[in-house]
Design a protein around this ligand. Sequence first.
Ligand SMILES: *Cc1c(COP(=O)(O)O)cnc(C)c1O
Length: 410
Amino acid sequence: MGRRSVHAQGDGGGVSGEGGRDDKPATRLASAGRRPEWTQGIVNPPVWRASTILYDDVAALRANAGRDTHHRLYYGRRGTPTQWSLADALTEMEPGAQATFLYPSGVAAVMGALLAVLGPGDELLMVDSAYDPTRALCSGLLRRFGVTTRYYDPLAGAGIADLIGEETRAIFMESPGSLTFEVQDVPAICAAARARGVATLLDNTWATPLLFPAIERGVDLSILACTKYIVGHSDAMLGSVTATPELWPRLRDTAHQLGQCVSPDDAYLGSRGLRTLDVRLARHGESALKIARWLEEQPGVARVLHPALPSCPGHETFVRDFTGASGLFAFVLDGGGEAARAALIDALALFGIGYSWGGFESLVVPADPRRTAAPWRAEGPLVRLQIGLEDADDLIADLARGLAAFRAAE
Ligand SMILES: *Cc1c(COP(=O)(O)O)cnc(C)c1O
C-alpha cells in the first residue's frame, strides 16, 4: 500500500497515525482520512451504502453491541468508511481535536453542538453577529427546552468574563460574523470561558480549519457548514462538529440519540471537495481582497466589511490569528434604499442571486443584519458578495455596471 499506509495505524478516535501531524495543512489535505483497509488502494474512499450490516452468528452480533461504533461497522446510521473518512480528514485538519461528527447540514451541526452542552435552566451567551438561522434556534427550539439566550457584542473579547453568570454553560462564537464580518478575539473568550468551566463553540465556516485551526486556538467544539467551502461546488448539504477529547463523548452520544447521519454520496462529495480546499481558498481570498479594495474607492460605497481591511472591526485580531481570508464579504451603500440596492444587484450579470456561498461561482444577496445587544447602524443598505473562481477583473467590471445602476436609481 506504500508510503501512506502509516495512516492505517490511526486509533479509533479519528486521530491520524504518526507522521501526518508535522506536515503543513496543504500536505495533510492530500491524504487526510485515507486508510488502506477502507480504500484498497483507490485514491478516494469508495461510496459504501448500507443500512443493515450482516453478522456471521449471534455471538458476533452480541460482541459488537454496546461497543464504540466509531470506525466499526454496526448499522448504517453509524456510518461506513465513506463517512468515517471525511470525519477523520476534518479531525486531522484540527490539531488537538479528538474526532468529528457529520450532520446533514450546517444548521444541524450548530444544533448538534448546542444540544451537546446545554440543558434546561442553562444560559447560552450568543454572539450578536451570528448567522440568522442560529439565532432562530435560540428563540425557537432552545427556548422551548428551557435554555435562555443572552446576546453579546462580537468585540467583547476578554470582557466576556463579566457576562458569564451562574447559569452560563456555553459561549457561542462566529468569527468573522455573518453579514457584518466583525472578527472576535476567540483565544481571549476561550480562556475566560475555560477559567469558569464554560464550553466554547465556534462557527468556523468562513475560515475553515485551514485559515483558523479553532481547537488549537482554544475552542471546544468547532462547527462547519461543509455545504460551503468543504463541498465547494454548490451541490450538497453537509455539516460537521469537531470536538476536543473532553467533549467528544457528549457530542457523539447526543448526535446518536438525535439519529443524525449523512448519506455516503454527500460525504463523498465532501471528501472530494476537501482535497482542493487550499488552492480554492487561496483564489477566493486573493480575488475577494482585490475586489474589496477596489470597492473601497468607488462612489456610492460607504464602507467595505472585509476582515483583511483595516477599517473592519476586529482587523488587528484577524491579522494576529488568521493565516488568510476567504472569499465572502459585504459592503455598505452610501445612502439609497431597497429599490436602489435591487437595481445594483439586478444589473449584475456574473453574480448569481442566491443563498449559500463557498462554491466556485460568484453570488450576491441583499443582507439586513438583525441585532439584539446593540442596534446595527449603517449609512445605507448592505450587499453581501461571495467571490467565486472567475477572473477578478471581470467581476470588477460587472460590479462597476451594478454601481452605475445604483447611482442612477438613487
Ligand atoms: C450557511 C451557514 C450555516 C448553515 O449551513 P447549511 O448547510 O446551509 O445548513 C451555518 N453557519 C454559517 C456561518 C453559514 O453561512
